[in-house]
Structures are given as structure tokens and as C-alpha cells.
Design a binder for this molecule. Structure first.
Ligand code: 5GP
Ligand code: ZN
Length: 180
């Protein structure tokens, strides 16, 4: 390296570093929420209503909240006490979700179900989770329904049972097992 290079290049590099640092700090000041979300490693989707509710940007009747989930009352319930467990991270559906988050959702469902039962005196409860429009999913952010049930409540969750053949069932079970 020639003598003039040794003096000029490090100075220019330092100035460049300062410019980048200034730009980074000004960006951080302008959009702090972006950095907070990155720090917490919570992936959210801008146009998703349940992301906004889960984060608390849109108010909801909240039953429970921690760093992973928020449990709210459904705004248009099937019955009084119909609750939804939302993940704070955006997952379109169950296929996108990891097992650890799923475990947290279902663990909380057990205690929330008992509390709903105590408060509403429901005689039964459906735990329901829709994936895909064909399955009735209307909000494409993972959520688990807890629907308290009462005799003659006119909530309908039934299907016509199909017949099965034992060998086909075995083959099907094996095929699904391979996909685990
Ligand atoms: P899905 O059909 O996707 O399984 O269920 C979506 C549920 O979310 C519905 O039961 C609907 O009433 C509820 N829901 C939709 N928008 C809102 C909202 O803004 N706030 C609350 N609390 N529930 C909502
Ligand atoms: Zn979302």
C-alpha cells in the first residue's frame, strides 16, 4: 500500500461508517415499532386484523395475554362466552405453525375452557379451529375457537358419517404416519 492510500482510505471509510450509522439511527427514530417487533422476533402482517388485535393496536375484550398469545371474546359469537385464542405471531393456519406454539395454544385452551364453563354454566363446549376457506376459515390468522354449548342452542357443527374399510384405513394411517 502506498503512503497516501494508508492515510486517505481509512478516513473515507470512517466517514462512510458515520453516514451509515447516522442513517440507521434516524431510521430507528422514525419507525421504532419496526425495531421493537424485530427485537421480540414477532412476525406480523400489516393488513391482518388479528395481528392488530393480538398486538393490542385494535381493542378487544381480552381474557388473557402473554408474550405468545391473546385470548379474546368473539365479536360475533355462536353463543355467549365464545372465545378465540390468537397467536401473537402471524401464522395463516395450522400448517404454518410450529409445535411449541401449538402446545402453548392448547395448554391455555384447557384453563380458558374451564373458566368459560364456570362463568357461562355451559353444558358442553366445542373446540374448533378452521384452516382454509373450504373449512370455514374467514380470518387467515391462526385462531382456536372455544364455543360454549347449551341444549337447543341451534349452533350446528355436524356431518354425515361415512363408512370405512379396515384395510383402507390401515393404509391411510400408514401414509399419514410417513408424513409426520
Ligand atoms: P373463522 O371463521 O376464521 O374460523 O373465525 C373467525 C372468527 O373471528 C369469527 O367467529 C368472527 O366472528 C371473529 N371475528 C372476526 N373479526 C373479529 C374482530 O374484529 N374481533 C373479534 N373479537 N372477533 C372477530
Ligand atoms: Zn395476522
Amino acid at each position: 500500500m502506498r503512503a497516501w492510500e494508508a492515510q486517505i482510505i481509512p478516513t473515507e471509510a470512517l466517514q462512510y461508517k458515520k453516514i451509515v450509522l447516522r442513517w440507521y439511527l434516524s431510521l430507528k427514530r422514525r419507525i421504532p415499532s419496526y425495531y421493537i417487533e424485530r427485537k421480540e422476533k414477532i412476525m406480523i402482517k400489516d393488513d391482518c386484523i388479528f395481528c392488530k388485535i393480538a398486538k393490542g393496536d385494535i381493542p378487544s375484550a381480552t381474557i388473557y395475554e402473554d408474550s405468545d398469545i391473546r385470548v379474546i371474546l368473539d365479536v360475533a359469537p355462536a353463543n355467549r362466552g365464545h372465545a378465540l385464542i390468537l397467536t401473537k405471531e402471524h401464522f395463516d393456519n395450522i400448517y404454518e405453525m410450529d409445535e411449541a406454539t401449538g402446545a402453548k395454544v392448547f395448554a391455555k385452551a384447557t384453563s380458558v375452557a374451564k373458566a368459560i364453563k364456570t362463568v357461562t354454566n355451559c353444558e358442553g363446549m366445542n373446540v374448533l379451529q378452521n384452516n382454509g376457506e373450504v373449512a370455514g376459515q374467514t380470518v387467515h390468522h391462526f385462531h382456536l375457537h372455544l364455543v360454549p354449548r347449551f341444549k337447543d342452542d341451534e349452533v350446528n357443527m355436524s356431518w354425515n358419517p361415512k363408512t370405512t374399510v379396515a384395510e383402507e384405513q390401515q393404509a391411510l394411517a400408514e401414509a399419514i404416519k410417513k408424513g409426520l
